[in-house]
Design a protein around this ligand. Sequence first.
Ligand code: GLY
Length: 372
Amino acid sequence: MDSGLRSKLEEAVDIAASRVKNLVESYPDFFPMYTEDGKWEHGGEAWTNWCEGFLGGQLWLLYRHTGSSYWREKAEHYSRLIEDRKNDDTVHDLGFLFLPTWRRWYEETGDQELQEVLIQAGRTLSTRFQEPGGYLCSFLGPKSLFIDIMMNVPIIFYAARETGDENLWNVALQHSLTTRRYLVRGDGSTVHEGIFDTDTGQFLRESTRQGWRGDSAWARGQGWALYGFGSVYSYTGQRRFLETARQCADYYIENTPPHGVPPNDWDEPEPDQPYESSAAAIAAAGMLRLSRLVDNTAQSEGYRRYALHVLNTLTEPEFLPTETTEWEGVLKHGIYHQDKGLGVDESTMWGDYFFLDALIEALHSDSEENGE
Ligand code: GLY
């Protein structure tokens, strides 16, 4: 990457570090989800509890980037605070909770007790499996399958691989195949939610919670899909999952305005907000990984170049609180739940997490390429 972009990305990491430090010092042990007028603490509805791994995840990323004991101590602390969630069978988000946190902690140490927590989280998530339809159901209940779960199913693959448990492996594989069959369309766009008949397992219809319509293309779901199917390819080595990840990535690229940041839903006519920046951050992070997974050099370079282009846009003053120091989040112009009016045109915990993930991945892979 050119030196101008490198400095922009480094500066963005510094901004993220100062915002995360401010958050953990000003609101100890608090797990925010989205800002209101740029402030993390407010009484806004959560809708569901799925974000508690993203703060610890940012702390682990900052530790990886700097090697500083300050970040390490905070990262362990915020990971420990969510340990009990390994038994939480009320949500479908245990990958979001434990992969950014305990997985990184385990990788740092190789400590078996840390790995047990990851395995337990994978086992707990697997209990959401619905035999008739062959999928892990969303927090909304047995008939509902979300595209978001593609980001969480890797923790079941992980637990299955580490324990050699074939049943667990088959649950994760079946879920991925069902999602690929019903939630990824022929043009590479994705469905947010599939509704199934719980007795027969028959797929009934497309639906959405955070997108515009059941048959439309919700941008964040597209990010979850392109990143998630890429991860599933990493675990399984099955090329069909890589092809699906690529189809989803290509849809994103073909349908997003030239600056690289989509609206909340590509199909909504004249949306109030032009940007859903968290979807762009997830897509950039996912495409950087995809660029390592594809073996065709031109394709690999294409995904990397596009991801860097998105990061170039997201590091413009429009998206970062460079001037507006009162703003407590990092990445501006995200959207949580447009229909409910939650976190609209705000910073979000997952947007900040995947933004930092993409920034650090881009900087480190660039240093590796340059032999540094
Ligand atoms: N619940 C996951 C999301 O809002 O994308």
